[in-house]
Ligand binder design. Structure first.
Ligand code: FES
Length: 201
């Protein structure tokens, strides 16, 4: 379901679509906070930041919002999900997010949970192989197209690349890189995607 709304050039309009395990069920919101940004002309042309209210998210819930035409996942990870990252550390291709960090992983997300707040994953849901959107596979254990010791993560339906719950690609898969962590920041209970302390992406 598309939730795109009109764009008034003088204001900033954004889309926030709520998604449970990948299905979009959300709504559009506009925020006064974003309207106060003073982005560069380049940033304006690329698209406004998106403001998302994350206050009511349940543990294990995932929202998907659209930012600059791309799906951005917000996953509120459980303690078990966070613990799974220790298990996958040796199995992923770039565990410390050292590849093209300026493009894929902002400095504040180059850590063991690949995020600002450990319980929130924020990642662009586009596979680094040929651009399909991976599917959430949060259940652990053996299941079709996944290894028997699967610890939860994402599966790209196109060519089988798999990603852990930090968006890190597993070794020996077609996708060369981890999922992109977009520039983002928290302001109270709001998550702003496309902007951080240094300005707009
Ligand atoms: S597009 Fe994801 S594995 Fe090819």
């Amino acid at each position: 379901m598309s939730n795109e709304k009109q764009v008034d050039p003088g204001r900033r309009v954004m889309l926030a679509a709520t998604c449970a395990a990948g299905g979009v069920v959300g709504l559009a919101t506009a925020g006064a906070l974003v309207s106060t940004f003073q982005p560069s002309e380049k940033a304006k042309a690329a698209g406004a930041p998106v403001e998302v209210d994350i206050a009511g998210m349940a543990v294990g819930e995932m929202k998907t919002v659209e930012w600059r035409g791309k799906p951005v996942w917000i996953l509120k990870r459980s303690s078990e999900m966070l613990a799974s990252l220790k298990k996958t550390d040796n199995a992923v291709a770039d565990p410390k997010s050292e590849r093209t960090p300026d493009m894929l992983t902002p400095e504040y997300a180059r850590n063991e949970h690949r995020s600002i707040k450990p319980d929130y994953l924020v990642a662009v849901g586009i596979c680094s192989h040929l651009g399909c959107s991976p599917t959430s596979k949060f259940a652990e254990g053996a299941q079709p197209n996944l290894p028997d010791d699967w610890a939860g993560g994402f599966l790209c339906p196109c060519h089988g690349s798999t990603f852990d719950l930090a968006g890190r690609v597993f070794k020996n898969k077609p996708a060369p890189d981890n999922l992109e962590v977009p520039r983002h920041m928290y302001v109270g209970d709001k998550l702003i995607i496309g902007k951080d302390e240094k300005g707009e992406a």
